[in-house]
Write a protein that binds this ligand. Structure first.
Ligand code: 13P
Ligand code: SF4
Length: 309
């Protein structure tokens, strides 16, 4: 019989990760877009904010965040007394990186009376310059409920477009950042899948382009998709987001078929492998460090969000 070395190597790595996790009293968190091997070994799998909230709640001195950098930072902001590691320091979110503190300060100077609402896909420095943070599922509510007529919305232009459409009574200044993974879905791709699966429901992430949002059944965050897939009576669902989510959707709904709108991979999310996770635990790398004043101000903009939802 031919020995499957790949499988045994993977199993050995998983065992070593589990041993080290126990030794270090660590908790492993994995974002919904992580490779399935990381999702399998994690203590919790979820969206960025859910995981940051879990990191603040769990009784563990060490958090290993398998996701992109801003997500690790958000966990650190909400639990500054804990050590937060990200296995690959270069796993970043190009959407978050479109807005810099310098550019945001310029906008704030131009529209001095406007409130800044930032999507959680932003750096800690941007959160520190923000009035209220929001997620993809509460952005409309936050913008609607804050006591400001003028709003600077960063960094995702598509999510911003969706908010603007739903809150026409406010002036919303958009930053035109985008996520290349979601921006890549076209109406043609959607029409192709709709004709292949004519009875399917269509779930898309609000980072998709307006023409995709306007032709979807539901516009949802990753956790929203997981929740609605369970409730849905449809047997087939077209999914317009990063393909890593499909693993969890299938696992939690074995009786349903999930059809990706198109292949969609976030390269940075996939930089974290079992080997990188093992090395992170072994060498306790790469620790997220943030200046206390940034933590304090960023924490306040995240906490403000709760007031308006
Ligand atoms: P969540 O807010 O669902 O974690 O998604 C983050 C993200 O990167 C979407 O592309
Ligand atoms: Fe950023 Fe897009 Fe990757 Fe999400 S999928 S982490 S928004 S680049």
């Amino acid at each position: 019989m031919v020995k499957n070395t790949l499988f045994t190597d993977e199993e050995k790595l998983k065992e070593a990760i589990i041993r080290l996790r126990k030794k270090r009293k660590a908790v492993i968190l994995a974002h919904n877009y992580q490779i399935f091997q990381i999702q399998e070994v994690a203590d919790f799998v979820g969206d960025s904010l859910e995981l940051a909230k879990i990191s603040a709640k769990v009784d563990a001195p060490l958090i290993v965040f398998c996701g992109v950098y801003f997500m690790g930072e958000t966990a650190k902001i909400l639990s500054p007394q804990k050590k937060v590691l990200i296995p690959v320091a270069g796993a970043r979110c190009p959407l978050a990186d479109t807005i810099t503190p310098k550019k945001l300060l310029e906008l704030k100077n131009t529209y001095s009376e406007a409130w800044v609402v930032s999507y959680v896909n932003t750096s800690a420095e941007i959160k520190a310059l923000t009035d209220v943070c929001c997620t993809s599922s509460n952005a409309i509510q936050v913008v609607k409920n804050i006591p400001a007529k003028r709003v600077i919305f960063v960094p995702d232009g598509n999510l911003g477009w969706w908010v603007k459409k739903n809150v026409p009574q406010k002036e919303i200044i958009l930053w035109k950042g985008f996520c290349y993974v979601h921006q890549n879905f076209t109406l043609e791709d959607l029409q192709k899948q709709k004709s292949k699966f004519p009875h399917a429901q269509v779930f898309v992430h609000p980072e998709c382009k307006p023409e995709i949002l306007q032709n979807a059944d539901l516009i949802l965050s990753t956790s929203g998709m997981l929740r609605e897939a369970k409730k849905s009576s449809a047997k087939e669902i077209i999914i317009g987001t990063e393909e890593g989510l499909i693993y969890r959707l299938k696992k939690e709904n074995p009786d349903k078929k999930f059809c990706p709108l198109k292949r969609a991979e976030c390269v940075d999310m996939k930089k974290i492998t079992l080997k990188e996770l093992y090395l992170a635990l072994k060498h306790q790398r790469y620790a997220i460090e943030l200046p206390p004043e940034i933590i304090q101000r960023a924490q306040s903009s995240l906490k403000e969000m709760i007031k308006y939802i």
